[in-house]
Design a binder for this molecule. Structure first.
Ligand SMILES: [Zn+2]
Length: 448
């Protein structure tokens, strides 16, 4: 007996088979069936297709004790001890190292189920996970059934085969070019997939089915609603925006299920959408202006950091100075400089009536600010140059002081460049070559 999330008792089956070959048929109405295979999975063994079944296989062949094999009754059914409780340690380890095959991914590992301890394997964890999925599949089917029947009441019993047939007929009737995504999801279910395969919530599946029905029954309204929904899809507010509260409310209103139930609501949907859009456009325009003002500033700042970047690139070529530094920042500054610094769109506001983003720059409201990134890049370049400068000072000074003479003259050039801007400006190829040569020299103390 396992408990579902609501605390209800759910009897299921634990079945032992010599090997899993994909032919075992579990009771489709059991809340869960756990199959213990005594042999490992072989390559190409099919996974179970039913949502309520999990197959546990050991890493190497095991032979379950006779007492365990006979206790294949309903797990927990009458007495809490029924079912293959304790397993010999070697068997337990083999299952823990083995695998669990299910129709769809399950967030539970063999190690979590086959733990050593006095209470035996944790079939309850596995059972609960299977029950949760079976329940979700049921909710999906019920949502599909209800949406197909609206405004009439849906049959109380779910017949998956009949529902698949009804979905198939709906797909044939609905205009082929429309609603590609909803059509693809509904097709998968009509063709035999479990709704769990789609990773959709029941409400989303209901929307898909209602979408196709609306296209069949009230095409103009359906297309209008489609357009509003696709606009909303790209008109997401950014974090902290005042639109954040309005967004989910507006999306909820723009529902195909609601249109199916109350066709006259298309006008109030349009009004809700337009109210959101007006506020969105206002925020977008402010963001658009702000973004491009910022881009101009960033461009100027990066240009100003140009000599620093060039000097750093040069010093990075001196292998004797050590590993190159601030390589990522150098690349990023080059990339940022390639970004446009202005938008060419003349009348952004009018353009937003048709599409939620500026057609020229495609700036999204939720885009991250480039200013912070640029500031970090410039700071990284300055740090990099400072580090190379420090390395130069310690390495070059040691060598030049050791030699004295005319080269001291050249060194003064470097010393004069003690500030980063100075160094960045005096560092030409000639000086670089000199530094390279200098760093190649062994340190001699002959001149002392
Ligand atoms: Zn633009």
């Amino acid at each position: 007996m396992a408990q579902d999330d609501a605390g209800n008792q759910c009897p299921g089956d634990i079945v032992i088979v010599p090997a899993w070959d994909g032919t075992f048929e579990a009771d489709p109405h059991a809340p869960f069936t756990i199959v213990l295979s005594q042999r490992p999975f072989e390559d190409g063994t099919p996974a179970p297709t039913a949502d309520n079944v999990a197959i546990c296989a050991p890493v190497s062949p095991v032979r379950l004790p006779a007492a365990v094999r006979e206790a294949r009754a309903s797990y927990g059914g009458e007495s809490p001890d029924a079912g293959p409780g304790r397993l010999p340690a070697g068997v337990l380890n083999s299952y823990a190292e083995g695998s669990i095959a299910v129709a769809h991914s399950l967030a539970i590992t063999p190690r979590e189920v086959f733990v050593s301890g006095s209470s035996g394997p944790r079939y309850d964890l596995l059972a609960r996970a299977l029950i949760a999925r079976t329940r979700k599949a049921e909710r999906c089917w019920r949502a599909i059934s209800e949406t197909l029947s609206r405004p009439d009441a849906a049959p109380s019993r779910i017949n998956e085969g009949r529902l698949r047939g009804r979905l198939e007929r709906l797909l044939t009737k609905a205009p082929a070019a429309a609603a590609a995504e909803a059509r693809a999801r509904v097709s998968m279910i009509a063709d035999g997939s479990s709704p769990l395969h789609l990773d959709s919530e029941p409400a989303a599946l209901a929307e898909d089915v209602a979408h196709l029905r609306c296209l069949c029954e009230r095409r103009a309204d359906a297309e209008q609603l489609e357009w509003m929904r696709s606009y909303m899809e790209q008109a997401r507010p950014r974090d902290g925006s005042q639109l954040e509260e309005d967004y989910p409310y507006t999306i909820e209103q723009l529902s195909f299920v609601a249109l199916l139930d109350q066709p006259h609501r298309i006008d109030s949907m349009r009004a809700t959408f337009e109210a959101y859009r007006a506020r969105y456009v206002k925020e977008y325009l402010a963001r658009h202006t702000g973004h491009w003002d910022e881009a101009k500033t960033i461009h100027a700042a990066l240009k100003q950091a140009g000599p620093t970047a060039r000097a750093l690139s040069k010093l990075n070529t001196l292998a004797r100075l050590g590993e190159p530094v601030a390589v990522d920042e150098l690349r990023a500054s080059g990339e940022l400089l390639l970004q446009p610094s202005a938008c060419s769109q003349q009348d952004v506001e009018s353009a937003l009536a048709l599409s939620p983003t500026c057609p020229a720059c495609r700036l999204a409201l939720a885009d991250v600010s480039l200013a912070a990134q640029a500031a970090e890049v410039i700071e990284g370049l300055e740090h990099g140059l400072a580090e190379q400068q420090t390395r130069l000072a310690s390495e070059a000074v040691r060598r030049i002081l050791a030699q004295g003479g005319a080269r001291l003259e050249r060194f003064l050039q470097i010393v004069r460049a003690a500030d980063l801007t100075g160094l960045a400006l005096v560092l030409d190829d000639q000086l670089l070559a000199f530094l390279d040569e200098l760093l190649a020299e062994p340190i001699s103390t002959a001149a002392e």
